[in-house]
Each structure stands twice: as C-alpha cells, then as structure tokens.
Design a protein. Structure first.
Length: 306
C-alpha cells in the first residue's frame, strides 16, 4: 500500500503524463479534482477515499491486486486517466491551427496557435541572439537580442522595471515569426494579425499587459538613430535625429543570449507585485550610466533650443 502523504492523484497523473511521447508542457497544468469529478476514475482503478470529514483531497489506497492492474495498463488507459484530470488528450494537437516548429530547446511550438505553457525564455533568447537586425544589411552583425537589451536598460533607467521587461520582450514574437523588415511587415496584414495574437500569449505567459506602453514604442523608434552607425550613410537617416544615446557593442550570439537572460532575471525580480526596488546602481554597466547622462543632456539641449 502506498502512503497517502507521499502519493496522491495529482502526482500519479503527472507521472503518467511524463511517460507519454509528448512534452509534458503540452498537457498544461494538472489541477487537483475533487468530489464527483473523480467518480469515474475511482471505479476504474479502485480507490479508497477514506479521508477525514471536510477533507476534499482524494488519497490513493488501492487493494493489493490493483497494483498489478496498474502495471498492466496500456497507453490508452494512461491517457484516459490524464484526460480525467483535466489534461489535454494525446490527439489534442491534431486539431491545432497550422503546423508546429521545433524550438531550440527541442520542443514543439505552434506559432499560429500558441499556448502560454509552450513559451520558454531560453527559446526566445537563443533565437533572437542569432537574428540580425535590418535583415542583415549591416556593417557588422548586430542581433535582435542586443537591440532588446539596450532598449530594456534604457527604459529601466527612465521608467519602471515592468516597462523595461516589456521592452526586453517587445520583439519576442520574432523568435517564432522571425524579424520582418518594416516595409515588408506593413504589407502583410495576416502576419501582423498573427504577431498581435502571439504577443498576447507571450504577455500572458509573463503577466504583462497586452498593450505595450508608449515608452516602449518611443525607445524602439528612437534607437534607430543610434543603430544607423552600423549602416552605410543614406539620405533617409536624417529624419532619425532623436537617439537614445546608447552604444552598440556588437555582441556575439553567445553573449547576446547571456545578457538577455541576465537582464530578464534582474527585471523579473525587480518588477514583482510586492514592490521590490530596482537593483542597486552599481550593477549598471558604465556605458549605461554614460548613455543615460548623454540622453538627459541631449533632451535639455533640445528644450533650450526649442
């Protein structure tokens, strides 16, 4: 007999799910079920509820011969129990929109039918670290991940950790939909719909608002002026005359991925609902302090000239 304090229905269901051929994330969170919800499953495998009055938890206490019954279960029976616990069936993915793509972490991801449990930061950071800004038409490799880190740090200095976290993830959809040049994106209506839908999933995954704050849009537009140093001069550059004041460092993909993950970790702890304060000032890289000082000087000069 298995002890009730070491084995309950939730842990059993999780073990069954983990032995399936699909990633565990596909099944989502397995809720504890109580009362009438368990009746069919209880009769299927034989369970003694024997719980104290008022205790709604169902404890595992099978007769001795039920252990052989469990050992003889086939995959269909295992899935039946998993589904009874609220898990998605093994055939659930057959009804999803579009095909899946393999991510860096060897998971399946449906970009046209995404789910929050299937969004993973390691996939986002790795993919963005390998994608070059401006479709690669740069003098040196400059990743989307580095772009996001610069924006996050600038917003972190000028706004809240939550807004900085949104800034860090503002291009997270591109980990699954790739970085599309602006002139092309404007003409692809369906792409923009998929991008908007995917952002809502990513935002929900990390508890962020679906609507990006204005400061993120501002930073994303103004940083173009900083990034033009990585492109051959052309006349259209003149309209981008309001830089953030950040310095491009042209990180390797490995460093860009590491910086992205590190900034996320710092912002995640600083943006909690309990009101945690920002990380101490001495954790900011020197170039960030210099960039912020330059930005303040630039804005003051603009106001005086205006």
């Amino acid at each position: 007999m298995l002890k009730s304090d070491t084995m309950n229905w939730d842990s059993i269901a999780r073990r069954y799910v983990e032995h399936d051929t699909l990633p565990q994330e596909t099944f989502g969170e397995l809720p504890k079920m109580t009362g009438a919800d368990f009746d069919a499953v209880l009769e299927f495998v034989g369970v003694d509820r024997g719980a104290p009055e008022g205790d709604k938890t169902v404890y595992w206490s099978p007769p001795s011969n039920d252990m052989q019954q469990l050992a003889a279960m086939n995959d269909a029976a295992i899935r039946e129990i998993a589904v009874a616990f609220g898990a998605k069936s093994a055939n659930d993915n057959d009804n999803r929109r579009g095909a899946f793509m393999q991510t860096f972490s060897a998971r399946q991801f449906w970009p046209l039918d995404a789910r929050t449990a299937e969004v993973h930061l390691e996939d986002i950071a790795h993919s963005l670290s390998l994608q070059c800004r401006y479709a690669g038409h740069c003098l040196r490799f400059y990743s989307v991940a580095e772009h996001c880190v610069h924006i996050a740090r600038w917003i972190w200095w000028h706004s809240t950790p939550m807004n900085a976290l949104i800034g860090l993830l503002h291009d997270a959809t591109e980990a699954y939909l790739v970085d599309m040049p602006r002139p092309v994106k404007r003409s692809l209506h369906e792409y923009r719909l998929h991008e908007a839908a995917l952002w809502k999933v990513i935002a929900a995954r990390y508890g962020l608002p679906e609507e990006m704050p204005e400061i993120v849009h501002e930073a994303d537009n103004r940083i173009i002026a900083d990034e033009l140093v990585n492109m051959r001069p052309m006349a259209w550059h003149a309209k981008h005359n309001d830089p953030l004041g950040v310095s491009l460092e042209f990180w390797s993909p490995e460093r860009a991925e590491r910086e992205f993950l590190d900034v996320f970790g710092a912002l995640w702890s600083g943006s909690s609902l309990v009101g945690a304060s920002l990380v101490a000032d001495d954790t900011y890289p020197q170039h960030d302090r210099e960039a912020s000082a330059a930005d303040r000087d630039y804005q003051l000069a603009k106001e005086e000239a205006g």
